[in-house]
Design a protein around this ligand. Structure first.
Ligand SMILES: Nc1ncnc2c1ncn2[C@@H]1O[C@H](COP(=O)(O)OP(=O)(O)O)[C@@H](O)[C@H]1O
Ligand SMILES: [Mg+2]
Length: 249
């Protein structure tokens, strides 16, 4: 479903991603694990067209030179030349790390904003019901101003908003970032439900290796901009060098 071939991203001379390649088949939940600063978020942002967008926005306004190389193929077609909104329209949606809702809008309006590409009202209502089923808390708080939500609720809203776009594939960036252990567990359960019950293909970037390994079919391990290993949780944990040096377990 998704194929990333030799993606390199440089900010000036700093190489943040170096020749990264990965594949995700339809119906898989694939983990992308690695420590803080490994390049996970940059890779996800590169896939959905945000590095190229950043390069356009910054062109001429600052000194830094952004390099983007490589191909990204989604459902058999090159998407690395498309705009971020065209990529989302094809059903490949990023749920960003510590995603920020529109803080002055209500929870409900934020979710509806996620559905801006869908013109069919009934379809939108149906998706909203589905998000409310998954996250009853968002239903309870639908009139609350989003800026006043707790960290966990905000994360739910971010995932809910991504689901309002009816993704075929979700790139979820550290859903549990900054949350207490119990909330973390709860959020991972929701990710699992999105995968099993809604049938959405998922690429999950996560520092918390144990959570990612619990859910994933396969995993890629990143370190300093490189994908250094790939395999099932069992295979990766069975390799002592990988386990100790890269997974810190
Ligand atoms: N917009 C940017 N400009 C310059 N450097 C960046 C930018 N985004 C990320 N980086 C750098 O790239 C490296 C990888 O970051 P990131 O992709 O956020 O890693 P991870 O998500 O694995 O923690 C970091 O050293 C970070 O500072
Ligand atoms: Mg990150």
């Amino acid at each position: 479903m998704l194929e990333v071939n030799g993606v390199t991203v440089r900010y000036d001379t700093a190489t943040v991603l170096d020749d990264a390649s990965l594949r995700v088949e339809k119906g898989e939940l694939v983990g992308l694990v690695g420590p803080n600063g490994a390049g996970k978020s940059t890779l996800l942002r590169a896939i959905v067209g945000l590095i190229r967008w950043e390069r356009e926005v910054l062109r001429g306004t600052r000194q830094a030179d952004i390099t983007f190389e490589g191909d990204v193929i989604f459902e058999g077609e090159r998407i690395d030349e498309l705009s971020a909104s065209d990529i989302a329209r094809r059903g490949l949606v990023l749920c960003p790390e510590r995603g920020r809702p529109f803080v002055e809008m209500t929870v409900r309006d934020n979710l509806l904003a996620g559905a801006y590409l869908c013109k069919d009202r009934k379809e939108v209502e149906k998706n909203l019901d589905r998000v409310h089923e998954l996250f009853p808390r968002l239903k309870e708080r639908e009139k609350q101003i989003s800026g006043t939500l707790s960290g966990g609720e905000r994360q739910m809203l971010c995932i809910g908003r991504a689901l309002m776009r009816q993704p075929k594939m979700l790139l979820v960036d550290e859903p549990s970032s900054g949350l207490a252990p119990r909330l973390k567990e709860d959020l991972f359960k929701r990710v699992e439900e999105i995968y099993h019950e809604l049938g959405v293909t998922i690429l999950l970037a996560e520092q918390d290796v144990s959570f990612a390994f619990d859910l994933s079919v396969r995993n890629y391990v990143m370190s300093r901009g490189h994908i250094i290993a790939h395999g099932t949780a069992q295979e990766l944990l069975g390799d002592e060098t990988i386990r100790k040096t890269y997974l810190g377990l």
